[in-house]
Design a protein around this ligand. Structure first.
Ligand SMILES: Cc1cc2nc3c(=O)[nH]c(=O)nc-3n(C[C@H](O)[C@H](O)[C@H](O)COP(=O)(O)OP(=O)(O)OC[C@H]3O[C@@H](n4cnc5c(N)ncnc54)[C@H](O)[C@@H]3O)c2cc1C
Length: 436
């Protein structure tokens, strides 16, 4: 393996001093249209891999890219590399169903996800990239007295923290989502719902590309097709990272590899209670807009939203086995169709266009694992399961602070790895699973 130590850093396109982005605006669109060459310049540059970086972030999903962006913009730490073994957004960040909300169950979870929603609201302007945040309202349906009780509990925890959530009855569900069958005919009738008006959907690719572009402009290097194959540790502290493109000296590594997190943790001997399982999703042909809110049914293991283009996007629970394969299955689509039709019988003629899968790093309490580990210089930002896209901005912000200040900020302190040994779990199963 060759060392990258003697390679110079030569940006392939614009001069490194030319930091100003060509802004995306109506005027830029007209200018671009009048040019002879139709192609827009690439949103971020390619760089030679340096022989050393102050911080190496492993994983080019939303968490890795956001961490690099906030390190550079909030803490002036620009000597940062994001290493992505395939293409950015090729993991869960480009495969999710893009639902954002903050109506969690624990005070720690609500405060954390609500900060992310705050950041999302301002993100298009901050990144100069339209992330297409569409506030739709989020309905978690209750089909039993037990789930109604959990909804009330969540609504109260939310309200205490200033998060807009309330329990509504079937008539209000029908008003917000007329396609839902709220009669007493279904096997699991709708008894009510937790209504969370601030919830919605975003364009996940745009978020990933926006962070990549902004991180690059701020001075971080995003390296695609760069796989971390080993991490060097000397006397309990990180000294370097080995990749398929050479070795990098560094004293700080952040593991943001979600479904692959255990494999990267193994490189330094850090053990975490993470199990990787596939999560599948599907999308239909586009139809006229008829479904405004995001609908979730934990009992039926299904959730659905309608994109601005009119497609219905469906998701479900994780597959009931641990594996790293990202293949879709017939069982999934059969079960999904059955449950969707119980909820909205009028959809029986709709055609599914595609299904796909991604990997989810599940933890026992359905909360993430964030912060330092016993190996000095090795931090984790993992355990994102089926709910980590909405947490991207706040995780990046807080992990950057954790690296810069050398200790976890208060907002993520409850999510430390040590909680499993201490028994201080942050139980979010009732609010995170099938809930997005
Ligand atoms: C079908 C589906 C639907 C979902 N829906 C939602 C939703 O609606 N809302 C929500 O909030 N969340 C949702 N999620 C979860 C969410 O997508 C993830 O939690 C989130 O994207 C994780 O982001 P990340 O940046 O941590 O990881 P990822 O985006 O998975 O990125 C990790 C990256 O690490 C790279 N990598 C792995 N190993 C190495 C290595 N050795 N060297 C270099 N790079 C490496 C991978 O290639 C990958 O690109 C969903 C997930 C799936 C699969």
């Amino acid at each position: 393996m060759t060392s990258a130590a003697d390679r110079s850093d030569r940006p392939t396109r614009r001069s490194p001093r030319d930091r100003r982005p060509r802004g995306y605006s109506a005027a830029a669109l007209v200018r671009q249209g009048l040019r002879r060459t139709p192609a827009w310049e690439p949103a971020w540059r390619e760089h030679e891999l340096r022989g050393s970086y102050d911080v190496v972030v492993v994983g080019g999903g939303i968490h890795g890219l956001a961490t690099a962006y906030y390190l550079a913009t909030r803490h002036g730490i620009r000597d940062v590399a994001v290493l992505e073994r395939s293409y950015i957004g090729g993991g869960g960040s480009g495969r999710n169903t893009a639902i954002v909300r903050s109506n969690y169950l624990t005070p720690e979870g609500v405060a954390f996800y609500d900060r992310s929603l705050d950041l999302y609201r301002a993100l298009s302007a901050e990144l100069d990239f339209n992330i297409m945040f569409s506030r739709r309202g989020h309905l978690t349906l209750a089909h039993s007295d037990a789930s109604l009780r959990t909804m009330r509990w969540r609504a109260e925890v939310n309200k205490v923290q200033g998060v807009d959530s309330e329990v509504i009855g079937p008539a209000d569900v029908a008003r917000l989502a007329p396609a839902v069958d709220v009669s007493d005919h279904p096997r699991f009738p709708v008894l009510g719902a937790l209504y969370h008006p601030p919830g919605g959907i975003i364009r996940h690719d745009a978020v990933v590309w926006g962070y990549a572009r902004a991180a690059d402009l701020a001075g971080a290097h995003v390296h695609q097709r760069t796989e971390v194959t080993g991490i060097d540790v000397d006397r309990g502290r990180v000294t370097g990272v080995r990749t398929n493109r050479g070795t990098i000296a560094t004293r700080q590594v952040v593991n943001c590899t979600a479904g692959w997190a255990s494999l990267v943790n193994d490189m330094v001997g850090v053990r975490t209670p993470v199990v990787t399982a596939p999560l599948q999703a599907a999308v239909t042909e586009p139809v006229k807009p008829f479904l405004s809110p995001v609908l979730v049914s934990g009992t039926l293991h299904v959730y659905v939203s309608q994109t601005p283009r009119g497609e219905l996007v469906f998701g479900a629970s994780v597959d009931p086995f641990a594996q790293y394969s990202m293949r879709g299955s017939l069982e999934f689509i059969e079960g999904l169709a059955t449950h969707v039709l119980e909820l909205m019988p009028g959809l029986s003629k709709m055609r599914v266009l595609r299904q796909w899968a991604g990997l989810c790093d599940m933890t026992p309490d359905y909360s993430p694992i964030m912060g330092p580990t016993d190996v000095e210089g090795f931090c984790v930002d993992i355990g994102w399961g089926t709910y980590g896209f909405k947490a991207g901005p706040v995780s990046g912000e807080q992990m950057a602070r954790c690296v810069a200040e050398g200790r976890p900020p208060a907002l993520i302190a409850p999510f430390g790895l040590e909680r499993f040994a201490a028994g201080h779990l942050v139980g979010e199963k009732g609010a995170a699973s099938v809930g997005h």
